[in-house]
Design a protein around this ligand. Structure first.
Ligand code: TRP
Length: 342
């Protein structure tokens, strides 16, 4: 008998997620988290905590990983990603991903991996002397993350677009050589693909230039107060250049309505940086307040996190088995007869 669910057209799938390298910041929100929350009803969403990827540039810090994973999931819950609607899971707990990575590794040339601009940039930032095989190859493992659930759409910030492109090539190559198993997934870039850090460089965990979703109100005020603005502007009455000001980028992202007026006042030298920053800090804190509240709620209820991950891992493994069966059939890798598999 058809249940109500099976009569509906199956929803398309999303897969995206994060490396558990530290707390998530306001750049992550407008880059990707906002899209995830918005699309949870429309799509069947899978959200991955990419702990294998943590190993690429944090190999000697694995004692932090469990704590970091918990923080990442609290970040997700606090922005409104909802395990009742979506599937949360941990990369290393779905072994089908590792298996799929193995097959995919045969479909990508070394030269192609060396050209990936995000890998190059991350290697430079990492300060490591040599690049491991796993570091160079992590985009292949990311393709397996995305394709293990045969995802159609991948909401990401702009630094991950290169990986989605590589995933699309892998999906096409597999489909061409063997059989049509995979959709060719599309990237979906957030409203603000790259929010600069308070110092104008890439917002990140390592350089104290990020405003975290978990920062206390005073911390937000302190960081905004210390941010670099238009360097040519010394006195409040000097004419400002919002297009080169980090704080203005934050107004565009988090104070959209007032942003055009602020740009005008700044250009005319009618609003000083101090007032402009105070306004922004207040807007950011108003945005962050409900997020802080939800974080406190979930932090006090660890069983919600535990159940979300347990169920999510299980659901993803199930979907992963389905994909691996299709892959092995397509590749003539099903030795049912030979090995007496029922
Ligand atoms: N590379 C992503 C990051 O930098 C994390 C990630 C792992 C991911 N697997 C993914 C993102 C699959 C999108 C899809 O945080």
């Amino acid at each position: 008998m058809l249940t109500e669910n099976s009569m509906q057209k199956p929803r398309k799938r999303i897969l995206t997620g994060d490396r558990p390298t530290g707390p998530m910041h306001i750049g992550h929100y407008v880059g990707s988290l906002e899209n995830r929350v918005r699309l949870q009803d429309e799509y069947d969403c899978f959200f991955i905590v990419a702990d294998y990827q943590f190993l690429t540039d944090h190999l000697s810090e694995t004692e932090k990983i469990e704590h970091n994973i918990r923080q990442t999931i609290l970040d997700w819950l606090s922005v409104g990603m909802d395990p009742a609607k979506s599937t949360f899971f941990i990369q290393s707990m779905v072994p089908e991903i590792a298996e799929l990575t193995m097959y995919f590794s045969m479909l990508v040339s070394l030269a192609r991996l060396h050209r990936n601009p995000t890998v190059k940039e991350e290697f430079k930032e990492s300060g490591l002397r040599a690049m491991s095989y796993g570091f160079l190859g992590y985009p292949v493992s990311q393709a397996a993350d995305i394709l293990i659930v045969r995802s159609h759409l991948v909401p990401v910030g702009d630094d991950n677009v290169a990986h989605v492109e590589q995933t699309r090539e892998i999906a096409r190559t597999f489909n061409r050589i063997f059989r049509d198993v995979f959709p060719v997934p599309e990237p979906l870039i957030g409203e603000v693909p790259r929010l600069p850090g308070t110092d104008g460089k890439k917002m990140g965990n390592s350089m104290d230039n990020a405003i975290y979703l978990s920062d206390a109100p005073e911390e937000v005020c302190r960081k905004v107060g210390a941010a670099i603005t238009d360097p040519a502007r010394i006195r409040a009455i000097d004419k400002g250049h919002p297009d080169i000001c980090n704080i203005y980028q934050y107004h565009l992202a988090y104070n959209r309505e007032e942003a055009p007026d602020i740009a005008e006042l700044c250009q005319q030298g009618k609003i000083g940086c101090v007032a402009c920053k105070q306004n922004l800090a207040a807007k950011l804190n108003a945005f962050l307040d409900p997020i802080r509240e939800r974080r406190a709620f979930f932090k006090a209820r660890p069983s919600i996190v535990r159940e979300a991950v347990r169920e999510g891992n299980e659901r993803t493994c199930q979907k992963g088995r389905e994909t691996i069966d299709l892959v092995r059939q397509a590749m003539h890798f099903n030795y049912k007869e030979l090995a007496g598999v029922k």
